[in-house]
Design a protein around this ligand. Structure first.
Ligand SMILES: NC(=O)c1ccc[n+]([C@@H]2O[C@H](COP(=O)([O-])OP(=O)(O)OC[C@H]3O[C@@H](n4cnc5c(N)ncnc54)[C@H](OP(=O)(O)O)[C@@H]3O)[C@@H](O)[C@H]2O)c1
Ligand SMILES: [Zn+2]
Ligand SMILES: [Zn+2]
Length: 355
């Protein structure tokens, strides 16, 4: 085994602590990656909240960029020194119809998640990217296109691809009317991508203070979700509504904004939802969801972002400030993604503040 350093939670709501972590020795098709930057996703907050300590320690982080430091003997596509990116899937069965269709994110045998997943070969629990090194199967690492800033590109690997797949699958392009509900990590990337795809793009937000940002990101209109007049005016107005809201909520008001035969893509808070069928019936509306991305879509998304100069708007913090990032994300106090700089994990840990 190899040893690295990372931020680990030992129980529900427990603070993350800096600790040595084990990484597997390289298999023939593995890469070792020095993680430079890891985004902080709202799913990390959900995972920390729901963490069952009986399942072992939790190391969050599933959107990161770094540099290859070592390759296994069967690795052909990467060499030491390459810039790479990894998202929230690190393996899949490779044989089921979904995998064969390039939708590893929907693998019938369930994809191996970057953290809290079960390694397919040794049964160990995966530990995520809030750490200095990751060992990953080469199929699930992506070359980071030149021109993309590695810190600002890290969030593309979860937030980015999660909104890219539905935008792409729903055929968003010139002439489409798209609305993005919730202007956070996923939402702001959805706005940038929808604008770059040529769609007339609106933001639906409960935060009036984000209206100027929405326009700066390229949105053409801002709908204040707490204002019934705004909602009434936007009724039936969008071919696609991308819902990235991170808390359980009534889908009715958002379905009513979907145009005839349009789609509400519900990506944010997962779990049971209640739908009033009349909200689907009136206007023959469709309700959909998506999550993460398959390998082809992830590579295509990175190329699209490189071609269009799209990265996340980030606040970069040393990894030692991970708690501040999580607290502020919880309070919706981020514009629009925290990214942790992992270089402070090199060398000895600084003394505890109150030791
Ligand atoms: N499907 C997937 O595979 C996948 C992948 C990644 C993340 N997710 C999930 O997607 C959600 C968004 O993630 P994120 O990282 O983008 O989170 P985020 O940065 O915290 O953004 C979420 C946004 O939702 C809105 N919001 C939050 N609480 C709300 C409330 N009570 N009522 C209405 N709007 C509210 C806020 O936007 P406004 O201030 O503009 O209203 C906030 O900025 C999370 O639940 C995350 O777990 C799913
Ligand atoms: Zn995520
Ligand atoms: Zn599969």
């Amino acid at each position: 085994m190899r040893t690295t350093t990372g931020w680990q939670a030992d129980g529900p709501a427990a603070a993350l602590r800096r600790t040595p972590l084990k990484r597997r020795d390289l298999r023939p098709d593995d890469l070792a990656i020095r993680i430079d930057y890891c985004g902080v996703c709202h799913s990390d907050l959900h995972a920390l909240r729901d963490h069952d300590s009986a399942a072992g320690p939790l190391v969050p982080g599933h959107e990161f960029t770094g540099v290859v430091t070592e390759t296994g003997p069967a690795v052909a596509g990467f060499a030491a020194g390459d810039r790479v990116a990894v998202g929230n899937i690190v393996d899949s069965c490779g044989e089921c119809p979904m995998c064969r269709a390039g939708q590893e994110n929907f693998c019938h045998a369930f994809p191996t998640l970057t953290y809290g997943g079960t390694d397919r070969r040794d049964g160990s629990t995966t530990l995520g990217g809030f750490s200095r090194e990751y060992v990953v199967r080469d199929r699930f690492a992506y070359p980071l296109p030149p021109g993309l800033d590695p810190a600002a590109a890290a969030p593309l690997l979860c937030a980015g691809v999660t909104v890219w797949e539905p935008l792409h699958a729903l055929g968003v392009g010139p002439g489409s009317r798209v609305a993005v509900a919730g202007l956070g990590g996923l939402g702001h990337l959805a706005v940038k991508m929808a604008v770059a795809l040529g769609a007339t793009t609106s933001v639906i937000s409960r935060s009036p203070g984000k209206a100027d940002d929405a326009r700066r990101l390229g949105a053409h209109a801002f709908v204040l979700s707490t204002d019934p007049i705004h909602l009434a005016r936007a009724r039936d107005g969008f071919d696609v509504v991308i819902d990235t809201i991170s808390t359980p909520h009534d889908l009715g008001p958002y379905l009513r904004l979907v145009a005839l035969d349009g789609t509400l893509s519900h990506l944010g808070h997962l779990g049971p939802v209640t739908v009033e069928t009349m909200d689907l019936l009136v206007g023959r509306k469709k309700l959909s969801s998506a999550g993460s991305g398959g390998r082809p879509a992830t590579a295509a998304m990175l190329d699209f972002c490189a071609a269009n100069g799209i990265t996340a708007e980030i606040e970069l913090l040393p990894s030692a400030r991970v708690h501040e990032a999580l607290d502020r994300l919880r309070r919706n106090d981020v514009r629009y993604r925290f990214v942790l700089d992992m270089s402070d994990l090199d060398g000895a840990a600084p003394p505890e503040p109150h030791a």
